[in-house]
Design a binder for this molecule. Structure first.
Ligand SMILES: Cc1ncc(COP(=O)(O)O)c(C=O)c1O
Length: 462
């Protein structure tokens, strides 16, 4: 249970008043975005090419002119230090030079052909060396990769059920669009549209950091896989308690259940992700977003034992006459452009040096945020995971997704985000995540810290 309510905090009215002032300042300085938004309303749902782009805390959508390194420039010419970084898609900076060059070179040599390009074998080796799993596949998004991982898990185990942790997000994978109900039941996630089949029939939800609850969920022997991030990063941030991930591995093995580790965000931990940094042993490993430097690409890797079982399941399905219709893979998956961008990212961009730099900056940022929070006397915490930080409106780090989500303050978040944006700094719109890229500078970090200090001053002024 959150203890945040007992401590002094920002009243909702102060947050709303700040948001109203900042909305005026935003609009006064951004006539071009306003015009582009009005034009886009004519033929785009909600006036944007993807509907959630209208969910930013701005009075109307901010339109992008260009992005490079750790800087965004909007259509009105304002430059921002970008700590959102496309919510991890641009974790290594916008258009890193080697990736941009590789894309340009490949763009002139064929975009998609349903054939493996000459980069394919190199990609496989780079992924295996880096993450420690021997067998890989490439697809378009982390959502797809998770979907395929689950399909393989069900295919090889011949079991129907999937376990996820409360507070999870693994993309728009239906099986994981769930929350834990008050009686321990599986509920569809609030906001989910068009859901027809009952997710409770095939997904069980367990609180993170609760090994006993996981053991209960696995006990019936019908669970194909546990799908989890090593730390939850989409409900604020919840780090694993010491020993919890060992328990997850032991319990899944004992139950004959596969373990799928989704590193799409926790790749921020280090060059080999959380898995390599902390020696996890997943059966399947998923990574999307930044793996090709921001081009839509994702990968999943399999352990040797898993890969053998995949081949057996594939052979069984093919023998039954279903060759080529596995339910996995989209036409543009693993195209030459993706492979070229991924090769450049893995060989030249996501290097150990880049991670050292990103993590040092993130620590400088987290130290500064903690100091500012202390100066303002606020009961908030900053949680760190390598290059990633999360400001949470509660005095102690949460242990479960429910605790983390109970600390959400939508009104306060939108005021904070918009006020930071008006001061030339962007953080993720949906909770309080910041990410440092290799292109981020100390000056960018200091700009965020100065803006944060100023916003806290505004919020706490009586
Ligand atoms: C942990 C995790 N997995 C998967 C995804 C899905 O990524 P995409 O939207 O690129 O499919 C996300 C997106 O935020 C994520 O955070």
């Amino acid at each position: 249970m959150s203890t945040a309510a007992a401590a002094p905090d920002i009243p909702d009215a102060a947050a709303d008043a700040l948001h109203a002032r900042e909305a005026e300042a935003f609009a006064a300085a951004r006539p071009v975005s306003r015009r582009l938004g009005q034009e886009a309303q004519a033929h785009l749902y909600r006036g944007v090419p993807m509907h959630w782009m209208a969910d930013w805390p701005t009075p109307y959508p901010l339109f992008l002119k260009e992005a490079g390194g750790a800087t965004l420039v909007d259509a009105d010419g304002h430059a921002y230090a970008d700590f959102c970084l496309g919510d991890t898609g641009a974790m290594f900076g916008h258009s890193p030079a080697p990736v941009a060059a590789a894309i340009a070179a490949q763009a002139a040599r064929g975009l998609t052909a349903m054939l493996a390009s000459e980069d394919a074998a190199v990609i496989g080796r780079l992924l295996a060396e880096r993450f420690g799993l021997p067998v890989w596949q490439v697809c378009a998004t982390a959502t797809d990769a998770n979907r395929y991982a689950l399909r393989w898990a069900r295919a090889v185990t011949q079991r129907p059920v999937v376990v996820v942790f409360d507070g999870c997000y693994h993309g728009t994978v239906e099986d994981a669009m769930v929350r834990l109900g008050p009686q321990g039941q599986t509920l569809p996630r609030p906001g989910l549209l068009g859901q027809v089949h009952d997710l409770a029939r095939s997904t069980r939800v367990v609180p993170f950091n609760d090994a006993a609850a996981l053991a209960d969920a696995l006990a019936p022997g019908d669970v194909a896989a546990v799908l989890t991030e090593p730390a939850l990063t989409n409900c604020g941030m919840v780090l694993p308690q010491p020993g919890f991930l060992d328990d997850v591995r032991r319990l899944t093995r004992e139950a004959g259940t596969l373990l799928i580790i989704d590193e799409t965000h926790t790749f921020s931990t280090g060059p080999g992700g959380y898995t390599r940094t902390y020696g996890l042993e997943p059966d399947l490993f998923v990574l999307g977003k930044p793996v090709a430097g921001g081009l839509p690409t994702a990968v999943y890797g399999a352990s040797a034992a898993m890969a053998e079982r995949m081949a057996e399941a594939h052979a069984r399905a093919s023998a039954a006459g279903g060759h080529g219709h596995s339910g996995m893979g989209t036409t543009l998956s693993a195209n030459p452009l993706q492979l070229a961008a991924m090769r450049a990212t893995l060989e030249q961009v996501a290097t150990p040096d880049a991670f050292r730099r990103m993590i040092a900056l993130a620590n400088r940022l987290a130290d500064g945020l903690e100091a500012a929070i202390a100066r303002a006397g606020l009961p908030w915490t900053v949680t760190r995971l390598g290059a990633r930080c999360e400001i949470q409106f509660r005095p102690t780090p949460p242990r479960t997704g429910a605790e983390a989500e109970a600390a959400f303050r939508p009104g306060l978040e939108r005021a904070l985000h918009l006020a930071l944006l008006n001061r030339g700094v962007v953080i993720t719109p949906f909770h309080n995540m910041t990410l440092c890229s290799p292109a981020t500078t100390e000056a960018d970090v200091d700009r965020l810290l100065a803006a944060f200090d100023d916003v806290l001053l505004q919020l706490t002024a009586r």
